[in-house]
Design a protein around this ligand. Sequence first.
Ligand SMILES: [Zn+2]
Length: 299
Amino acid sequence: MTDLPARRLLLVHAHPDDESINNGATMARYAAEGALVTLVTCTLGEEGEIIPPALAHLAADRDDALGPYRSGELAAAMKELGVTDHRFLGGPGRYRDSGMMGAEQNRRPGAFWSADLDEAAGHLVDVIREVRPQVLVTYDPDGGYGHPDHIQAHRVATRAAELAADAAYRPGSGAPHTVAKVYWNRVPRPVAEEGFAALRAEAPDAFPGIAEIGDVPGVVDDDRITTVIDGTGYGEAKTAAMRAHATQIAVQGAYFALSNDLGQPVFTTEYYELVSGTPGAPAGERERDLFAGVPGADR
Ligand SMILES: [Zn+2]
């Protein structure tokens, strides 16, 4: 354990592509700065809708071959971000994409939504006790926008952080570890509003339609934001990573669309809400570093 880098960041996401959309600039920046950035993706995203017509045959209701394909897209995206440690929860294919809320796939055996919480969290405890992250990033309890796999990713990440710290939990599976700070992915409402205004002004025809602020996961009022990560220098890495998820994302300049063809802004400054741990900024100020105030990792 002594050869671990001084700063260690763990991100837990539901599907390949969520990490690049939410945290691409943050991941690229910390990786470039020498931190250990570990991504755990909970499913292969087998139920995703596919943008390129030539790949439509991969869909769950046709060849059902999207999972392995998206695993390749994720590997390519991580190369763009400079992230070398990316894993699937319990190994690739252990948990399957549950589809949208209410879909019949939610209840399928193996679907992440029907996973046993402690069993799924146990896989993540192994990762936490191995890489010993000071910082954990995941979604809010609503998963940012209500997708069952995103809600479950939140629950698993939260439970795993608890269990990893508990010396009585599986004592043989590595020394207990307490994550110093837990963050939820956020977008401040004014930033989202500005982004959509810019899209309407600069590139109204980039996509067949324009999304609504309500389509952006994790949007909250300004006062909830505790932490700002300036990733402007990593904007190209972020959009390159998003392009690597070509079955799911179409990128046009500073904007992108999912399979619904509705344009959204790409945010290169990324925002977070600290929900556990001691803030590393004076009261009333925002942190500029996820590791702020963490002993041995603060700069
Ligand atoms: Zn997702």
